[in-house]
Design a protein around this ligand. Structure first.
Ligand code: FAD
Length: 286
């Protein structure tokens, strides 16, 4: 099923997972998929490292297993910075043969170890190319606090409009810890004429190292309330985990009350945390 159909019926709840690191066999992720499937997500998306690592073949394998073996709709991420047009055509053929209908089309970040291929400059170029070369449902990424390379929020929203004009049928946000950013972003999107569903990406924080890595990668703001929580529990892992879950639940309850189109949970391949959050919010999702 094309994921855009889901938004016509309900508030969408989806999970994101990543392929295991190269040192682990791909099969190690299937226990996670099995346990996430029990929570009946609307879809599970599988990331793809833009750096061109070998484990990228696993994205296709896992997205295919999610759909064909576990019976859950899947989305394959596809960052284009290190791909040629031929690479993308090849991948589209593989996705089609695997029955995968949904692609999260991304630019990816430039990795200093790999020279960019320059066939696609922006995600919107990839979106147009996919539309011309297959019948896929295409999803785009968006940034409530603005993408770190954009010179202003206005420029970023104008660029986002190019993605939806090119054919992105729905958007998923980068993680954020202050819902205020999401609501302001949603208003800017409406003013810019972006009228596709926007799913809020929520990351439950489980340890300080994880958040430091995320903040350096994504450049998101950490509100005072969040920082106090981190400081108080940083040396108590189980309390930190529970506080991180409570914080994510609080964000989600507020987003649902404000009529969000959907929640996309960055599960970090941790089905225990996904279950705790699911149990806290599932009765609120209609
Ligand atoms: P773009 O939409 O191309 O935007 C990049 C920058 O260029 C922005 O500053 C934008 O304002 C600007 N821009 C866009 N279009 C134009 C234009 N036409 N003219 C001028 N400027 C323009 N990365 C991975 O490697 N693998 C993943 O699996 C992955 N999954 C992700 C999932 C989600 C939900 C999100 C939010 C991000 C994900 N990323 C992933 C990270 C993403 O690749 C990076 O954030 C990357 O820096 C930007 O990708 P993009 O697709 O948003 O790029």
């Amino acid at each position: 099923m094309k994921t855009i159909e889901l938004f016509k019926k309900k508030t969408v709840l989806s999970f994101e997972i990543f392929p295991p690191k190269r040192t682990n066999p791909v099969d190690t992720v299937y226990d996670t998929v099995e346990r996430l499937k029990d929570l009946k997500p609307d879809f599970i998306s599988v990331t793809y490292g833009a750096g061109g690592s070998e484990s990228n073949a696993d994205t296709l394998k896992i997205a295919s297993a999610v759909k064909n073996d576990y019976g859950t709709e899947s989305v394959a991420h596809l960052p284009c910075v290190n791909l040629t047009k031929n690479d993308v055509l090849e991948m589209l053929g593989k996705l089609k043969r695997a029955g995968i209908e949904n692609i999260l089309a991304l630019r990816g970040d430039v990795n200093p170890d790999f020279a960019p291929k320059n066939d696609f400059k922006y995600a919107s170029d990839l979106i147009s190319f996919i539309r011309e070369n297959g019948d896929f449902n295409i999803i785009g990424a968006c940034y409530p606090e603005g993408h770190f390379e954009a010179s202003s929020l206005i420029e970023d929203i104008r660029n986002l409009k190019k993605k939806t004009d090119a054919g992105a049928s729905h958007l998923i946000t980068q993680l954020f810890f202050d819902n205020g950013y999401f609501y302001s972003f949603r208003e800017r999107a409406v003013i810019a004429g972006i009228d596709v569903p926007i799913q809020a990406g929520i990351m439950p924080v489980v340890n300080k190292k994880q958040i430091e890595r995320m903040v350096s990668l994504c450049k998101v703001d950490l509100p005072k309330k969040f920082l106090s929580m981190m400081t108080k529990y940083e040396n108590n892992p189980s309390a930190m985990r529970d506080a991180g879950i409570a914080y994510a639940v609080d964000q989600i309850v507020d987003l649902l009350a404000q009529g969000v189109d959907g929640i996309h949970l960055y599960t970090m391949n941790n089905p225990y945390i996904a279950r705790r959050i699911y149990e806290a919010v599932s009765s609120l999702i209609d």
